[in-house]
Ligand binder design. Structure first.
Ligand SMILES: Nc1ncnc2c1ncn2[C@@H]1O[C@H](COP(=O)(O)OP(=O)(O)OP(=O)(O)O)[C@@H](O)[C@H]1O
Length: 378
C-alpha cells in the first residue's frame, strides 16, 4: 500500500474570510461542516495552494487576500511528505503587488518556483465547479487533463506555459503581417518540440489510466473511457521525432490560413478529452447529472490511485461537497474507497450526518464566520 502524506498543522492569515485560523490535525481524514458561506471551500483552497499553480478556484491573487486586510496573505503548513517532515509557507507579502506570483518557502528557504512543492506532496481535488466538465468548453477538459499529467510529470506545466508564449509570438507576427521566415521557423521549431512533448505526456497519462481502470474491481462508480481528439489523432504511437517533423510542417504550411484566422489552428491547445461511460456505452456529456458526477468521482479516484501507485505516496484529496448528491450506500462506498487509498482526504458538507459512516476515521470540525472549532468524532 502507498505511504501516507498528511498535514499536521494548517495556519492561515488574511486568507479569504479568515483573519487568523489554525487547524491541528492528527493524520486522519478531515471533515469540515458548516452553513453556506462559512468558509469550508476556502479552507480546501488554502490546502490546494500547497501544490503548484493557482489552486482549486484558479484564483487571481488579488481576490485571495481578505477584504479589509492591509494586504498580503499567508498559509503555513506542517506536513509529513514524500521527503519527511517539512514546514511549508506560501502567500504574498503585504507590501507586494498582488499581480506578482505567490512565493513558496520550504523549511524557511525560498523555493525557486511553486513547482518545488511537488517533491513533497501532491494534492488532487474535486469541486462542484467541475460538475460541468463534460458539457462545458474543451479548454476546461484540457486544463483538467493537464492537472492530471502535472501530478506525475512536474515539467508539464512549464512546457505548456512555454508553448503558449511561443504560440502567442507566432500569432502576433502573423497578425502583423511579418512573415519573416527565419524568425517564424525558430518559433515554430520551439512550438513543435514543446507541443509534441505535451501531447505525448497527455497520451501517456490516458494510457496509464486506461490500464488502471481495466484492472479495477467492483466499485459503485462507473468506469470512464478516455480518449483524446483534435491533434494528431491516432498518430501518437509514432516516434516523437516524426511527430515533431509533421507538426512543424503543419505550422509552416498553415501560416497564411492562421494569419487570416488570427490564431494558430493546429496544436495541442486544440485537443479535447473525450469521456465515455463504459457500462452504459454513452458519451459523458449525454449522461444524467448524477451519472456525470459519479463518472467524475470515478475519474478522480482512478487518478489518485495512479498517483499513489506511481509515486508510492497517496495524494492529499480535497473533496468539496462530495456527499451531497450520493445516496447513503454510495456515500459509505466512497468513504471506503477514499480511505483505502491510504492518504488524507479533506471533505466538506453542510450536514455532519452525511459523514457518519467515516466514524473515527476522520477528525470533524465546524466552520462558522471565519472560525473553526474541533468537534468530537462521530
Ligand atoms: N478575499 C476575501 N475576503 C473576505 N471574504 C471572502 C474573500 N473571498 C471570499 N470570501 C467569502 O468567504 C465566504 C466563504 O466562502 P466559501 O466558498 O469557503 O464558503 P463555503 O463554506 O464553502 O460555502 P458553501 O457551502 O456555500 O459552498 C463567502 O461568504 C465569501 O464571500
Amino acid at each position: 500500500m502507498a505511504q501516507k502524506t498528511s498535514l499536521s498543522r494548517l495556519k492561515l492569515t488574511d486568507f479569504r474570510n479568515y483573519a487568523h485560523a489554525a487547524l491541528a490535525l492528527d493524520g486522519r481524514h478531515v471533515v469540515l461542516t458548516g452553513e453556506n458561506g462559512a468558509g469550508k471551500t476556502n479552507l480546501l483552497e488554502a490546502v490546494s495552494f500547497l501544490s503548484p499553480g493557482r489552486g482549486l478556484r484558479r484564483a487571481v491573487l488579488a481576490d485571495v487576500t481578505r477584504v479589509g486586510a492591509p494586504g498580503g496573505f499567508t498559509i503555513f503548513a506542517d506536513l509529513d511528505g514524500m521527503e519527511g517532515e517539512v514546514a511549508v509557507g506560501t502567500g504574498i507579502e503585504p507590501n507586494e503587488s498582488e499581480t506578482v506570483s505567490r512565493k513558496l518557502r520550504i523549511n524557511g528557504t525560498p523555493a525557486k518556483s511553486t513547482e518545488e512543492i511537488s517533491d513533497h506532496l501532491s494534492v488532487l481535488w474535486l469541486t462542484p465547479a467541475m460538475d460541468g466538465l463534460f458539457t462545458g468548453p474543451s479548454a476546461d477538459r484540457r486544463r483538467f487533463l493537464d492537472r492530471l499529467v502535472l501530478s506525475l510529470d512536474h515539467g508539464h506545466g512549464r512546457r505548456a506555459g512555454d508553448f503558449e508564449r511561443a504560440m502567442r509570438s507566432r500569432n502576433r507576427l502573423l497578425s502583423e503581417g511579418r512573415f519573416d521566415p527565419a524568425w517564424l521557423s525558430a518559433i515554430e521549431a520551439q512550438m513543435a518540440g514543446l507541443g509534441i512533448a505535451m501531447a505525448a505526456a497527455r497520451h501517456e497519462m490516458l494510457g496509464l489510466l486506461r490500464r488502471l481502470s481495466a484492472g479495477s474491481g467492483d466499485t459503485p462508480f462507473p468506469t470512464p473511457v478516455l480518449a483524446l481528439e483534435g491533434f494528431l489523432d491516432g498518430a501518437m504511437d509514432r516516434p516523437a521525432a516524426d511527430l515533431e517533423e509533421e507538426y512543424l510542417e503543419m505550422l509552416r504550411t498553415s501560416r497564411g490560413r492562421d494569419a487570416s484566422a488570427g490564431r494558430t489552428l493546429d496544436g495541442p491547445h486544440r485537443s479535447d478529452l473525450l469521456v465515455r461511460h463504459r457500462e452504459k456505452d454513452m458519451d459523458a456529456a449525454r449522461c444524467s447529472t448524477g451519472e456525470q458526477k459519479a463518472l467524475l468521482i470515478g475519474l478522480v479516484l482512478a487518478h489518485a490511485r495512479l498517483t499513489a501507485d506511481m509515486t508510492g505516496y497517496a495524494p492529499i484529496l480535497l473533496l468539496d461537497e462530495i456527499a451531497a448528491h450520493l445516496d447513503e450506500g454510495r456515500r459509505a462506498a466512497l468513504f471506503d474507497l477514499v480511505h483505502g487509498l491510504g492518504g488524507q482526504a479533506f471533505m466538506t458538507g453542510t450536514d455532519r450526518h452525511m459523514f457518519s459512516a467515516l466514524a473515527d476515521r476522520a477528525q470533524f470540525f465546524t466552520v462558522a464566520h471565519g472560525g473553526i472549532t474541533a468537534e468530537p468524532s462521530a
